[in-house]
Design a protein around this ligand. Sequence first.
Ligand code: RB5
Length: 145
Amino acid sequence: MYDKKIAIGCDHGGFKLKNRIIEHLAENGIETVDYGCYSEESCDYPVIAKKIVKEITNGVHDYAILVCGTGLGMAIVANKTRGIRAVTCFDSTTARMAKSHNDSNVLCLGERITGEYLALDIVDTWIKTEFSGGRHKRRVDMFED
Ligand code: RB5
């Protein structure tokens, strides 16, 4: 388990799922820091994504979960920052591989795409899977060349 709390954020399109994830993780003893948004009022996902990846870059968090309508916009924005490896996952296999092979540090989910039960399974799988290292580390190191 990670020592640092997991950062979590959403826009209006991911608000309900974000809250459900926070609740689910708390039930399993995993603490999160909620960077908003805090209601279903329309807001801009790039603002939330940028705020959170900045905290990863600053070392406050190692991992983040971002939820929007599709999980796509959040990932595009997050990946603009050096050192961020954001993935949008739609099933547990991609969640596992995204950590095992790609050492992803940001998980993005789409509330309008992925049902709650599957989304929570994706979260659990992504959190518990460790990076395999080895040849995958060599490849991940090439991301920032
Ligand atoms: C908001 O309507 C929607 O565009 C956003 O939640 C997300 O899906 C963007 O990628």
